[in-house]
Design a protein around this ligand. Sequence first.
Ligand SMILES: NC(=O)c1ccc[n+]([C@@H]2O[C@H](COP(=O)([O-])OP(=O)(O)OC[C@H]3O[C@@H](n4cnc5c(N)ncnc54)[C@H](OP(=O)(O)O)[C@@H]3O)[C@@H](O)[C@H]2O)c1
Length: 260
Amino acid sequence: MRRVTVVTGASSGIGEEFARRFASRGDDLVVVARRVERLERLAAQLREQHGVRVTPVALDLTAPRPGRALRHRLAQEGVVAGALVNCAGYGRAGAFARADAEETARQIAVDVTALTDLTKALWPDLLDAETGLLLNVASLTGYAPMPGMAVYAAAKAFVVSFTEALWVEARGSRLRVLCLSPGPTSSEFYGTSATSTDGVRFQTPQQVVDAAFRALGKRRPTVVSGRTNALAATLMRVLPRRLVLALTARQAPRPSVAAA
Ligand SMILES: NC(=O)c1ccc[n+]([C@@H]2O[C@H](COP(=O)([O-])OP(=O)(O)OC[C@H]3O[C@@H](n4cnc5c(N)ncnc54)[C@H](OP(=O)(O)O)[C@@H]3O)[C@@H](O)[C@H]2O)c1
């Protein structure tokens, strides 16, 4: 069966940039998100620019067992995953006490449950591929607890830990596993998260994807995009936890005026 690269969250931001980059190296793609009209527009562009096959799949990742649904869809299309980029995700700023319980559950469903279920469903195919790839998108916030964005940071800590463990489990196979942690990146994320952008230094999705592609040539399990972000992640791993909490309390994201 024909191998494809599956990119979730391809309707905007970092995921869209991943789709563009994999298409430019000649990969056939399956692009996943809810906003299918955006996926269709992207697919048409990539077919024309690079002559690759691109299949848009409209999937709400809060639905139960999205991995099973996606694997079924791939089989219907007569393709099999050779690479999986789990990029879909989002976070909401605000005190946990004030968060809506349904919304909190949806966030965990996308950021944690769907990422795990997709990885589980496609893992045998990725292991089987000539040059398999699993690339999970976490966040700099996954390196430290983040008051004001507690669920998001904890969800991304899960992604870092989970992916590092799978990196070890995949050793001795042809499957490359990588966890990418962006810092603040210009995308629709900040609109969704309702976080203030005052004083935030942004990378572009292109810079973030560049960092991932550079890291793919190395034998490491994780990459944090951007030098300052990488230094911050290293410090958060070595400093005493009380000090980390004191620092993140000062850095805590503030809700934007619109969301406050
Ligand atoms: N931007 C940042 O500063 C930053 C920093 C660190 C980490 N990240 C991580 O990078 C990844 C990409 O974010 P981004 O910055 O590119 O943000 P973005 O532009 O908002 O993109 C988020 C993507 O996730 C998809 N998504 C959200 N909920 C979904 C659902 N229920 N079902 C299916 N797809 C869903 C969205 O597609 P639809 O809305 O069309 O479904 C969209 O394609 C995320 O995992 C995010 O946590 C971002």
